[in-house]
Structures are given as structure tokens and as C-alpha cells.
Design a protein around this ligand. Structure first.
Ligand code: AMP
Length: 549
């Protein structure tokens, strides 16, 4: 027997309709490429989204068409999120940090029909344009006054497009499975793969992310995503803020500028921020050097790579609680999030902090398990490492145009994340490595993330990565690669000794090497592939004695 409930479709455009109705005066504040801070309300955004939907229709956009964006976190990008979803087209958010050949690959693979781009990317786009046969027009995200001279074919001014349109649009009642977004993951090998989000997946993800033991968005909050809107929908915050009525603060091109971030936090009253550890390290360094505080902020959602305990401590010193989170492009992205269980409250502070440092616990919608090499599920004992698999309604089922060719999914619908993790008896998962990055010494795994977290708590270590180096006796041993803070001297032996008592003796790195710059991927993660290439002819220092007990 079927229940007698309405079958209303879960649609992204309904989030903005809801905000327009219920929170019309709540603001979206954006730092702009043109300079200065722009502010308007959800109701303004709604009306301009209707205009943009009309403009897309006038351009000839049809359901399923891909609309590329090369844009920062700003109000026009926000409008593009909703106008594409509302018109059944698909926003393809492109990472401007990709190499030119990767940009050409993703735009051609997606078969984008238009590219909406910031004025600051026009010059780069001019070089790419001859290689982009599917692009019919370039829409520059500015008004007439800021429209640059450009050789881009069919270049249009965004504000001109909107100016002639009506403020009303009758959005169709789409099927909730309709695609609404496309984001390419830049894997370390092979071509980037496209993750195609659906209206249903995004809406469910947004609802789940608002729960108190997830991100807990509320009417009282001011949300600042410092994770880019070109990467996994800025972790869903441009959807969650209007759904839950929170004010949205978008830092535009100033994502790495500690001064602007601190000013935005204090002047706009930011209570929640979201971003990867490197961004926050830059902010915390700025605040420590220049003084001031982060008073309004009470929590910072940190993920994308492991948040070092030292960074959590810096935040704590400013009254900000870090909520560690894990996710992937393929999981829209929220997968787990760290909030304490009630029983931890009576534990010693150190123990509580140790739990805070774990990656997080599950929340409804994402199932997870860890498996061994034979795909047998491993116990949740906090000790055994296994390959992490997930499944759920906002986990990708396949990659765009790969038609099942990827081997990431098994017969029961579990997705192999490529991460290695432990899960403890409280259900707290901890990522220890990427499968490709584990260090296997004498047949047993060493967590490179744990070694890195310890290194960055050592004075003068600005950034650290541990990689597996071939070793005649143990197969592989950990080498610690360190970028020092400017003008600091570090004694390698003392740094190695610093590990004593913090990890098993046989985990302790055998050697330390200094490097001027740690290579990063386009999404800001340490590129271990490039590091391993850099050290491909590495010779262990004479007398290096593996410390296995
Ligand atoms: P992306 O698809 O580019 O967002 O990258 C997803 C990957 O980032 C995951 O598979 C993990 O390897 C890594 N990652 C995300 N969050 C965390 C975290 N909290 N700790 C460690 N690694 C993380």
C-alpha cells in the first residue's frame, strides 16, 4: 500500500523561492573583483535569478545544456547556481587553477555552450578560446563600465544581458533527478572525471547538512564559505544558507587574503566559516602577526585535507571551535562531520580534544564501511585500517560520460573513496591516507597524515608531508619533507626525536628533507605524486637505521 503523501519534487530553485518568501531581507555580501563590497538580499537575488533565467532562455539554453563558470565566490556566481538549476541546465563550475590543457579538456568534455567568467580570467580565456569549439559565447561577469576590451568571440556583458529581462520567470516543475551541477575532480593520474549532481541529491544534502550534529545552519548564523564555489558547490553552503535563512558572506577573489577575511568576520559578524586547512593557516598567521580577534565566529568547518591539531588549537585560542569534516566531490561533498557525543563530556580535556581531531562520525544519509584487500568488512575498533567505502543518495553513481567504465563502484552500490581509514567504537572515522599514499613498512601501514600532524606542531615547521621511500630492508620507510617558516633553522635530529612517545617507534620517519615549496594540486592539497617524483632518486642518509622494534 502506498502512502498518501504529495510527490513534490526536490528542486534546487525551490530553496531560493523559500528564501525569497521567508527571509527576503537577509543579506548576501560579496567582495568583488571590481573592488568594494557588494550587498543585497535574498529577495534581490531571487529577482535577478529570474532575469538570468530569462537571459539563458533568450540565449537558447535547453534542458541539460552545460553552462561553464570561471568565477570566485560572489553574488553573480550565486545567481548562476540557481538560474541554471531552475532552467534545467547544468552549471559546470570550473577550477581556474587548473593548467590550460586541463581547462581545455574539462570544457570540451563537458561540452559547455557558454562560459561565464570574471574579468580577471578574460586574458587567460582568450588563449583558450580557439581550442573550445563548443563554446558559443563568453559572458563576462561585470557591468558595462567594467567590460574589458577583449578578442573573445561573442563576448557579452552580464549586466547588459540581465538589464533587458523581466523580473519574473515561471520555473518548470522539473523531475528531481534532473542534473543541476557538474564538477570535475582532478585526480592525480589520468584525466579529470566529472561528477554530475542532481537536484534531488543537492536538496537532500542541504537538508542533512543543516542538522545540529552536522553543520547546524540557522537563522542566527552568518556563513562565510572560504572554500570556492567552483569546487563541490562550496560544500553546499550557497544552498544551505538560503534554505536555513542564514546571511551569506562571499569573499570573492580575496580567499587567501588574511586581512580581508578577518575584516569580513568582524564587520559582517561571521559565525560559521568553511574551508581547507591551508586557508586557515594563512588567516591565523595574519591574525597572530597583526592582532585583533575573530569574536563573532564560533565554529569553523575544516575539511578537504586533514586538519592539523595545531591549527585546531590556534582556533581554540580565539574562541573558535573547529568541526572537522570529510567529503569528496563525489559525495556532494559532506560525508562525515565531527561533533562530540554526550559521554565525552566527562572525559579529561586531552581525551576530548583527541576525539575532536578525528575526522568525524556519520550522519543520516551516508553509510560507510572499511574493508580489507579482499573486500571483507573490518571492525569498528579504531585500530584496523581499511579502504573506505560509502553509499547514499548524494554519492555519485557514475562519472559523466564514463558509462560505468570507472571501477569505483561495486555490485552492491558501494563507492570506493580511495581513502584509507579507521573507525572506532564510537563510530568516529579517521582518514589516515589516500590509498595511493600509504606507507607500507615491513608489510604494515603507517599513517602519513598522523606523521604530518605531529610535524606541523613542531616550532618552525610551516608545512610537512610524509612520503613512502623505497627501503631495502622494509620495502618502504617514511621520509618527512618539510617547508620551514621563513628565517627559521630546524635541527633534523631534534625533529625526528620529537616523535618519540607520540607514535610507535617503527612509524618514526627515518629522515627529514627540507624543501623550498611543497607542490599542491589545483584544489590546494599536497601533491604527493609530484613530491615522490621530486625525490625519485632519493638516497637514505648514511647510517639511517630503521627503527622497527
Ligand atoms: P575532492 O574530491 O577534491 O574534494 O577531494 C576529496 C579527498 O580529500 C578525499 O577523498 C580525501 O582524500 C581528502 N579529504 C577530504 N576531507 C578530508 C579530511 N578531513 N581529512 C583527510 N583527508 C580529507
Amino acid at each position: 500500500m502506498k502512502g498518501l503523501m504529495m510527490e513534490r519534487q526536490l528542486l534546487v530553485i525551490d530553496i531560493l523561492k523559500h528564501a525569497n518568501r521567508n527571509f527576503p531581507n537577509v543579506e548576501i555580501v560579496s567582495e568583488t573583483v571590481e573592488g568594494g563590497r557588494h550587498r543585497y538580499t535574498y529577495s534581490d537575488a531571487y529577482r535577478r535569478t529570474a532575469k538570468l533565467s530569462n537571459a539563458l532562455q533568450r540565449l537558447g539554453a535547453k534542458t541539460g545544456d552545460r553552462v561553464g563558470t570561471l568565477a570566485w565566490n560572489g553574488y553573480r556566481h550565486f545567481e548562476l547556481y540557481y538560474a541554471t538549476a531552475g532552467t534545467g541546465t547544468v552549471i559546470h563550475t570550473i577550477n581556474p587553477r587548473l593548467f590550460p590543457e586541463q581547462l581545455i579538456y574539462v570544457i570540451n568534455h563537458a561540452e559547455d555552450r557558454w562560459l561565464f567568467l570574471e574579468t580577471s580570467f578574460v586574458e587567460a580565456a582568450e588563449k583558450l578560446a580557439p581550442h573550445l569549439p563548443t563554446i558559443e559565447g563568453f559572458v563576462i561577469l561585470c557591468d558595462r563600465e567594467h567590460m574589458p576590451e577583449t578578442s573573445l568571440p561573442n563576448a557579452m556583458c552580464y549586466e547588459d544581458l540581465l538589464a533587458i529581462e523581466e523580473e519574473e520567470y515561471s520555473w518548470a516543475e522539473l523531475d528531481e533527478k534532473t542534473a543541476c551541477g557538474l564538477c570535475y575532480t582532478s585526480g592525480t593520474t589520468g584525466n579529470p572525471k566529472g561528477v554530475l549532481y542532481s537536484n534531488r541529491g543537492v536538496v537532500l544534502h542541504t537538508m542533512a547538512s543543516g542538522a545540529p550534529d552536522a553543520i547546524h545552519y540557522s537563522l542566527q548564523d552568518v556563513v562565510m564559505p572560504v572554500v570556492p564555489m567552483f569546487h563541490v558547490n562550496a560544500w553546499g553552503s550557497p544552498h544551505a544558507s538560503p534554505m536555513f535563512g542564514a546571511k551569506l558572506v562571499l569573499p570573492g577573489p580575496k580567499m587567501l587574503d588574511g586581512k580581508t577575511l578577518q575584516a569580513l568576520i568582524n564587520e559582517e559578524g561571521v559565525t560559521i566559516s568553511l574551508g581547507v586547512p591551508t586557508i586557515w593557516t594563512a588567516l591565523m598567521n595574519y591574525v597572530k602577526e597583526n592582532g585583533g580577534d575573530l569574536k563573532p565566529m564560533n565554529r569553523s568547518i575544516i575539511g578537504g585535507s586533514a586538519c592539523p591539531p595545531a591549527l585546531m588549537k590556534s582556533f581554540r585560542d580565539y574562541g573558535v571551535r573547529v568541526r572537522h569534516a570529510w567529503g569528496m566531490s563525489e559525495t556532494t561533498p559532506l560525508g562525515v562531520l565531527n561533533t562530540p557525543k554526550p559521554e565525552f563530556a566527562s572525559w579529561p580535556l586531552e581525551e576530548q580534544q583527541r576525539m575532536d581531531e578525528k575526522t568525524g562520525h556519520g550522519f543520516f544519509g551516508i553509510e560507510m564501511k572499511i574493508v580489507d584487500g579482499d573486500d571483507t568488512e573490518l571492525p569498528w575498533d579504531g585500530v584496523q585500517f581499511g579502504a573506505l567505502k560509502v553509499r547514499g543518495p548524494w554519492v555519485c553513481n557514475d562519472y559523466f560520460k564514463l558509462d560505468g567504465a570507472s571501477d569505483a563502484h561495486d555490485a552492491d552500490g558501494w563507492f570506493s573513496t580511495g581513502d584509507v581509514a579507521t573507525i572506532d567504537e564510537y563510530g568516529f572515522m579517521q582518514i589516515t591516507d589516500r590509498t595511493k599514499d600509504v606507507i607500507k613498512s615491513g608489510g604494515e601501514w603507517i599513517s602519513s597524515i598522523e606523521l604530518e600532524n605531529i610535524a606541523v606542531s613542531y616550532p618552525g615547521v610551516a608545512e610537512a608531508a610524509s612520503i613512502a621511500m623505497e627501503h631495502t630492508k622494509w620495502g618502504e620507510r617514511p621520509l618527512l619533507v618539510v617547508r620551514k617558516s621563513e628565517g627559521v633553522a630546524i635541527d633534523k635530529r631534534a625533529l625526528i626525536d620529537f616523535y618519540q612517545g607520540k607514535v610507535a617507534n617503527w612509524w618514526i620517519p627515518d629522515a627529514v628533507e627540507f624543501i623550498e615549496e611543497v607542490p599542491h594540486t589545483a584544489t590546494g592539497k599536497v601533491s604527493k605524486l609530484k613530491l615522490r617524483e621530486h625525490f625519485s632518486n632519493y638516497e637514505w642518509p648514511a647510517g639511517t637505521d630503521p627503527k622497527r622494534e
